[in-house]
Design a protein around this ligand. Structure first.
Ligand code: FAD
Ligand code: SF4
Ligand code: SF4
Length: 478
């Protein structure tokens, strides 16, 4: 009788791939988790109970066929697992690394709910596609037939690239414009290497290039080329520009030297790790080495900043957040990683000003959680008379991002935006108020997740294809 490979969760405990020790990993920018060995991946995949109604699948934004590729992995049928996995996810090895699985697939796994510890879905997803790359199963796209229609995509982040991939598979001529010198968006210049090593992103960029996607880099739409010109050149346009306007801090001294924006800090660190020449790093302006660093904010960007500062050799790294641990927006897993690496969290604290120029300290107010606000979250309130000064000579603002004013920057008032400045787009087709112009990812949702940008990009590509199939190719500047 064939060996029962699934439903092993009672006898096999949950295991993640090996995590490097904090004192070892805190000095480099390599990923902190290793890879499953083949037998371990099969064993861990075999813990799945093959639910008839799989909540993991429901709560994955891409509705991945998780139970099926877990079963194929447990049976050692990895190439089939890969083929199935890439049917629904353009970048499975990236999501496997950086999705907040505890809030998505794994957090809703019934094995987790029943107290046995979730099936390690993300780690298996990563393993399947990393193996596919290793074995040469991931190939450049060769469309069955070329089509004449062309699409211009503005923004080479996961939203834009997921759409590029899908359109190219259908034989569409795709050009991706980006203001950076490398494609990948926040995968390349936002997210640090210890969460996502850059080779993983660069090999996807290369795959798309080899598939015939044309990249026009170092090209800021609105400066180097107008939006109207892009509409003229292409039969449809996709806006996937993300959100980059940093929320700012108020209060006395907030303009002092040494107070910097998280996105600038992380971009410079990523550039430095690429081996680029980065004057802001070399001058010490955006380099935490030997500094007393204070990061303000409690989201994933703040977690990436504190952990980057540790790796750059900061003297001390503290994180100020105005709510408590249970109420922070960032992932608990990342807080734990940061604490292991030596970061100190000052919960229930908020800056009210800054001393010195260059900055020498943060004037901090202590907070408590008061009555809930309209959203049901407890509102932080100041505790009078409990102020103190936190020494700091590098302060990193990680308070979130807002959209830039695209209609003004691109001289296109007919591009409708919401009252938050995000681009208005149809929920299903992702078409904007401008015919033939679509929008996806953070510029529509506000700061969100890679997996949602991928989903949007894939859906918008399908809607564009439907448009072309319906014979509406010529939409340029109608
Ligand atoms: P982006 O990735 O922002 O890409 C937009 C691209 O458009 C950029 O390359 C930009 O250069 C380009 N662009 C913008 N304006 C123009 C213009 N005018 N002309 C030409 N090009 C332009 N999500 C997760 O799921 N897991 C994580 O662990 C995670 N960590 C994060 C850490 C940090 C520090 C940050 C900032 C975000 C993180 N996110 C994470 C969120 C995630 O990165 C984003 O939700 C996702 O990248 C959005 O994809 P996008 O394609 O919409 O935009
Ligand atoms: Fe889970 Fe993200 Fe993979 Fe979906 S894409 S299965 S949410 S890790
Ligand atoms: Fe398997 Fe968990 Fe998904 Fe059920 S919810 S199919 S046990 S991974």
């Amino acid at each position: 009788m064939a060996k029962q490979r699934m439903l092993q969760f009672v006898s096999v405990t949950k295991q993640m791939p090996e995590k490097r020790e904090a004192d070892q990993r805190a000095h480099d920018f390599q990923e902190i988790y290793g890879e499953f060995a083949e037998a371990k991946a099969e064993e861990q995949a075999g813990r799945c109970s093959q639910c008839g109604v799989p909540y993991c699948h429901t709560h994955c934004p891409l509705h991945n066929n998780i139970p099926d590729w877990l079963r194929l992995t447990a049976e050692g049928r990895l190439e089939e697992a890969y083929l199935l996995s890439q049917e629904t996810n353009t970048f499975p090895e990236i999501c496997g690394r950086i999705c907040p699985q505890d809030r998505l697939c794994e957090g809703n796994c019934v094995i987790e709910q029943s107290g046995h510890g979730t099936v390690t879905i993300g780690a298996v997803e990563k393993y399947i596609t990393d193996t596919a790359w290793e074995k040469g199963w991931v190939k450049p796209i060769t469309p069955a037939a070329e089509r004449p229609e062309s699409v211009g995509i503005i923004g080479a982040g996961p939203g834009g690239l997921a759409a590029a991939d899908r359109l190219r598979r259908a034989g569409i001529q795709v050009t991706v414009y980006d203001r950076h010198d490398r494609a990948g968006g926040l995968l390349t210049y936002g997210i640090p290497g210890f969460k996502l090593e850059k080779d993983i992103v660069l090999r996807r960029n290369a795959q798309l290039e080899e598939s015939g996607v044309a990249f026009v880099l170092n090209c800021a739409v609105g400066q180097d080329i107008t939006f109207a010109e892009i509409r003229e050149k292409h039969d449809a346009v996709l806006i996937a520009t993300g959100v980059y306007k940093s929320r700012d801090l108020q209060g006395p001294g907030s303009g002092a030297r040494g107070i910097v924006r998280a996105i600038d800090y992380l971009t410079v660190s990523n550039r430095q790790n690429f081996g680029d020449s980065v004057p802001e790093f070399d001058s010490g302006e955006l380099n935490a080495a030997g500094r007393k660093v204070v990061v303000i904010g409690g989201g994933d960007t703040a977690m990436d900043c504190v952990r980057t500062a540790v790796r750059q050799g900061a003297e001390s790294v503290k994180c100020l957040y105005r709510r408590d641990r249970a109420n922070m927006p960032g992932s608990q897993r990342e807080v734990q990683n940061a604490e292991e690496e030596g970061v100190i969290f000052e919960w229930l604290t908020a800056p009210q000003g800054f001393a010195g120029d260059p900055v020498s300290g943060v004037m901090v107010q202590r907070m408590r959680l008061g009555a809930p606000d309209a959203t049901g979250r407890q509102r932080p309130e100041v505790i009078e008379g409990a102020d103190y000064v936190e020494e700091a000579d590098l302060v990193i603002k990680a308070l979130g991002f807002e959209p830039e004013d695209l209609p003004a920057l691109w001289d296109e008032p007919a591009l409708e935006v919401t009252r938050w400045g995000t681009v208005k787009a149809d929920f299903r087709s992702h078409e904007t108020a401008l015919p033939g112009v679509y929008a996806v990812g953070d510029i529509v949702r506000g700061a969100s997740l890679v997996v949602w940008a991928i989903r949007d990009g894939r859906e918008a590509a399908d809607a564009i294809l439907e448009r072309f199939d319906a014979g509406q190719a010529s939409v340029a500047a109608e």
